[in-house]
Design a protein. Structure first.
Length: 171
């Protein structure tokens, strides 16, 4: 490959990468509406509680995010039904949480699967920080524009379910 062609290819990749910049304002004005089995929404806020959130990225704090937390045992799964179009974020932890007994790993979504299904993995830079649960489990966050009627059965680990997150409309 000649150097001019290589330079053009690199420039195209840089342009595409910058085009993926997150438009938080638009996402906050168009949050999805969802129902999540055995989970309830609570404000996403820092807390000293082990079951709370130790660190919240600035972007999520700025736009008044809510997170869906298990109301009872979610068995590592988030069953999400989209009731209105909009943006949906999902936080997943990929730390070791136990062996593969129970075959939970066969239905687990890794980052590659999220991406092949149209989700965008948000970087620490895009989030302006990190999302860390009270038990020090770092979260990987994905975002997708979803449509009414879609349903997702998501699992990323053995015990911790994926945590659906919505930005507050109009913030």
């Amino acid at each position: 490959m000649n150097t001019h062609r290589y330079a053009a290819l690199v420039a195209a990749v840089v342009i595409q990468s910058s085009a993926l910049a997150v438009d938080w304002q638009s996402m906050s004005h168009s949050p999805a509406q969802i129902e999540v089995l055995n989970m309830r929404s609570v404000p996403l806020a820092e807390s000293a509680d082990k079951n709370g959130w130790a660190k919240i990225p600035a972007a999520l704090s700025k736009f008044g995010a809510v997170v869906y937390m298990p109301a009872e045992n979610a068995n590592g799964v988030a069953d999400i039904k989209v009731t209105a179009d909009g943006y949906l974020l999902v936080a997943c932890n990929y730390d070791y949480q136990g062996n593969k007994q129970g075959k939970w790993d066969e239905e687990a979504w890794d980052a590659k699967k999220f991406k092949t299904k149209g989700w965008h993995e948000l970087s620490k830079h895009e989030l302006e920080g990190e999302l860390v649960k009270g038990d020090n489990r770092m979260q990987t966050i994905f975002v997708k524009q979803v449509k009414k009627g879609e349903a997702f059965r998501l699992r990323c680990n053995k015990y911790d379910p994926p945590y659906p997150i919505l930005l507050s409309a109009g913030k």
